[in-house]
Ligand binder design. Structure first.
Ligand SMILES: *[C@@H]1O[C@H](CO)[C@@H](O)[C@H](O)[C@H]1NC(C)=O
Ligand SMILES: *[C@@H]1O[C@H](CO)[C@@H](O)[C@H](O)[C@H]1NC(C)=O
Length: 415
């Protein structure tokens, strides 16, 4: 974990450099009190100072290759639009404007090439030898301290040989706060911008913003496949307790976890859950993601998981030869259908859960149960009748009474 400790230090250094420059700038701006002629010389000197301070500032930044990935990100630095001629007011001088995009709105509309380049860098850094990455998405609510992301990362640390997968995990931040928290917690972070949507607040289930976010994700995953990367996509409310790879099925293009598993990984009547899937990059999977994404227009108002439940029967899938498999809840369980045997569990999803507080409550108990199991001596583990004490607050009764049943209530919050 050396890396994730050293990153925040770099981050701090960058911030303190900014603070230093800022205080220097403020002092110099006090020079407005000088008489006019003196003020002119002063302004010229100040301008030179700002240029060199800016160059230094960016030199420090670029020395950290990782951070250069994130430059288009709109940090809350006051960004000046002022040209040097309007230098003598107390607004921010033009230093940063020479380098940063001067209009914050440009950041959100950064050209696609730019996003692609950033993405390629992050994926390359995080990929396993066989070009596989682990991806999760994160918004502000889940990024808060002691919220879902902390529990997610903790599961990798207390899981059985899962810690190494943190090196291959890329956190896709959907808003600025999520991105800032990612930088503190983790060393592979990426911001995904969606035009015209603010994902930072609570995106309620089935609102148009929620739908846009879910569909943006499908389109994004298609681009990851097109870059030649296989991925495991895992929602952050899925705890990683054991290496999932031994439990994936051979010769499959697209494998997905289930809310309810009927016993046969080939049976299309299984109820898949889009929160966890393993996809191999090839022509079939790329075609499939394009088809899935375009199907949002065929079935307007539905989210990706509901559409998947319809298109999984479509002859198109057989025509392109996509091999789809449904993963057994014995290994890839959840609160809908837990992995009852702790000797078999690989991942556990806080699905079938309404409300963030309930979700956090049950996830904490889940982690506690796992720790207790792990502390047992091997003989007791094998004979153990230890099982989960969850679901508790995530109960189906609660769900049904609110008539909002959906196992993927990722952004559903009681507020
Ligand atoms: C995908 O298909 C194209 C042509 O249709 C072919 O050239 C390419 O090798 C295929 N790629 C893979 C990964 O199968
Ligand atoms: C969990 O449920 C219990 C019993 O219904 C309740 O007292 C408690 O406040 C709930 N906790 C959370 C965090 O929702």
């Amino acid at each position: 974990m050396k890396k994730s400790i050293s990153r925040p230090v770099t981050f701090q250094r960058r911030r303190s450099t900014a603070a230093l420059t800022r205080s220097a700038v403020l002092k110099l701006c006090a020079g407005n009190m000088l008489p006019d002629s003196g003020a002119f010389v002063f302004r010229a000197l100040a301008f030179l100072f700002f240029i060199s301070a800016g160059v230094f500032f960016w030199f420090v930044l670029f020395r950290s290759a990782h951070y250069s990935l994130y430059l288009p990100f709109p940090f809350p630095l006051p960004v000046p639009r002022a040209a040097p001629s309007s230098f003598n007011n107390n607004n921010w001088p033009a230093t940063f404007g020479l380098i940063l995009p001067s209009d914050p709105s440009e950041v959100g509309n950064s050209p696609p090439e730019n996003e692609e380049l950033r993405l390629e860098r992050v994926l390359k850094d995080a990929a396993m030898e066989d070009h596989t990455v682990i991806l999760t998405t994160l918004n502000e609510a889940w990024a808060a301290p002691d919220s879902v992301i902390d529990l997610f990362l903790e599961s990798f640390r207390i899981g059985d040989h899962t810690r190494r997968y943190l090196n291959h995990l890329v956190i896709i931040a959907l808003d600025q706060k999520a991105f800032a928290r990612c930088l503190i917690l983790h060393n592979h972070c990426f911001t995904l911008v969606t035009e015209g949507v603010d994902f930072s607040g609570e995106a309620y289930f089935m609102t148009s913003d929620y739908l846009k976010m879910m569909w943006r994700r499908i389109d994004f995953l298609r681009s990851v496949l097109e870059m030649g990367y296989n991925f495991i996509f895992s929602d952050a409310d899925i705890m990683w307790f054991r290496d999932p790879f031994p439990h994936f099925l051979p010769n499959a293009d697209f494998q997905i976890a289930c809310d309810h598993f009927l016993g046969d990984p080939y049976n299309v009547n299984n109820r898949p859950n889009g929160g966890f899937n393993y996809v191999r990059s090839n022509n079939r999977s790329i075609e499939f993601y394009k088809f899935w994404y375009s199907s949002r227009e065929t079935y307007p108002g539905l989210h990706d998981q509901d559409v998947l439940n319809i298109i999984k029967f479509d002859p198109f899938i057989m025509n392109i030869g996509l091999e789809m498999r449904f993963l057994d809840t014995a290994h890839f369980g959840g609160l809908c259908e837990p992995s009852k045997d702790l000797n078999l569990v690989s991942t556990m999803h806080a699905n079938c859960c309404f409300g963030l507080e309930s979700k956090l409550h049950d996830l904490r108990i889940m982690l506690q149960d796992w720790k207790e199991y792990m502390s047992l001596p091997p003989s007791l583990k094998r004979s153990s009748e230890a099982t989960w004490r969850v679901p508790q607050n995530c109960s189906l009764d609660a769900l049904q009474s609110i008539q909002l049943y959906d196992s993927k209530d990722k952004y559903l919050q009681t507020g």
